[in-house]
Design a protein. Structure first.
Length: 415
């Protein structure tokens, strides 16, 4: 209720379960139950929000005012679908409590997603439903007060590999050189030697160019740094490296710096706390925001670990290799732990585009077109558009310049 009425529509509401208080109220009022009380605005409730536990639902898709919908009501209801149950199903990530086949990183794969299976992933359904609902409310209550919201854009730069060649130490540097020679990557050999001799800048070191672009556009940006020990999946510069620490401090002077949690911390809450503490000590301020490596989420455990580690916001909600709205929304929301029926004190900021979802495109124009499609969906509901770009892709060697693609994307999406 708070998500739809307060955060999306800007309508202040109060609740009551007392019939006499409801009847006495003279302003706009809604009943959400199996049967109406009088002739008020009535929404017939689906059983989902009145159940304990988790169970699988058969969910046929229909349409409401041009929007795909599910959980139908009946002819007595003022609207033909239970907007609250359907929104809860998406926002709570209800389907991740049900049995599913995990991918090789232990993630919920988009192919298992109800939204993708029904071609709904590219729509912020909860927001679309909310504004369709608002139109119905305004017909019934012409004097209804609500606040209009403004479109927002946040650009996230994910830094899990801060440098391609620099600051990696003599052993890792020599091993990398031998690997490049052994696989005949002579261009990388030349690059590696040039960087080590300080003849060229490391190709991943584009931080202050990005900051300059963000500053000129007055763009909200966030840099998520991995600050973890070396492991199979965590191969960033050592957190003991002073040049790396200096870089993070310098970036923190101009932009929000947050934690890109390591692969190893996924099931180790003590390690997650330690990484948070280390990064906080470097920037000399609290680290409140987090992203999990490879967008790995084990719901509800991952969010319980984040709460225990005292993070206040998460930016992991989205698919790495698919564009769209994993939780069906472009509005930040608080995590609801359906296993214990309780809202948790961590706010989820869902992203809609991850750069790795664009790696198979054939041209810069095609990539920009795909970003534009999602941008327009967010724009029409004045939502919060969040993109994630990785600095290793921005500095990598590809068929077209990812750095130039990023520059054009933020110019297109910041207004």
């Amino acid at each position: 209720m708070k998500q739809i009425f307060t955060r999306i529509l800007g309508i202040e509401i109060i609740y009551t379960t007392k019939v006499e208080d409801f009847i006495k109220h003279n302003g706009p009022k809604i009943t959400y139950s199996k049967n109406p009380l009088q002739n008020e605005f009535f929404i017939r409730s689906h059983e989902l929000l009145f159940e304990n536990g988790i169970r699988d639902f058969q969910i046929p898709i229909s349409e409401w005012e041009g929007n795909p919908c599910f959980f139908p009501t009946n002819e007595i209801s003022a609207i033909p679908y239970d907007i609250f149950a359907a929104s809860f199903y998406l926002l709570s990530r209800y389907e991740e409590y049900l049995p599913f086949l995990k991918d090789h990183h232990g993630r919920f794969p988009p192919s298992e997603s109800f939204a993708m299976q029904n071609k709904l992933l590219k729509y912020p359904l909860v927001d679309l439903w909310a504004f369709t609902f608002l139109n119905e409310l305004k017909k019934r209550f012409p004097a209804l007060k609500y606040k209009t919201r403004s479109y927002k854009y946040t650009s996230i730069v994910d830094v899990t590999t801060s440098h391609c060649f620099a600051h990696r130490g003599p052993i890792r540097g020599f091993a990398g050189l031998m690997l490049d020679l052994g696989t005949f990557k002579f261009r990388r050999v030349i690059q590696r030697i040039s960087v080590s001799l300080k003849l060229k800048k490391d190709p991943f070191d584009n931080y202050f160019k990005l900051i300059d672009w963000h500053k000129k556009l007055r763009l909200k940006s966030m840099f998520f740094f991995q600050f973890a020990e070396y492991s199979t999946y965590d191969k960033n510069v050592s957190p003991e490296n002073n040049s790396f620490k200096y870089l993070i401090k310098a970036v923190a002077d101009y932009s929000e710096v947050a934690l890109s949690a390591s692969f190893s911390s996924y099931r180790d809450v003590d390690l997650l706390k330690e990484e948070k503490k280390r990064l906080s000590n470097v920037i000399n301020k609290p680290v409140n925001f987090v992203r999990m490596r490879y967008n790995r989420l084990d719901i509800p455990k991952t969010y319980r670990d984040m709460v225990e580690s005292e993070f206040t916001a998460d930016y992991t909600m989205g698919y790495t290799h698919e564009i769209g709205f994993k939780a069906g929304t472009c509005t930040p929301f608080y995590f609801y732990d359906a296993a214990i029926d309780a809202q948790q004190p961590i706010k989820i900021y869902p992203f809609a585009v991850h750069d790795y979802s664009l790696t198979n495109v054939q041209s810069e124009e095609e990539a920009l077109g795909l970003i534009e499609e999602v941008y327009k969906e967010v724009k029409r509901v004045n939502g919060h558009f969040i993109t994630v770009f990785s600095n290793e892709l921005l500095g990598g060697d590809h068929k077209f310049s990812w750095l130039e693609l990023y520059h054009k994307a933020i110019n297109n999406c910041h207004v």
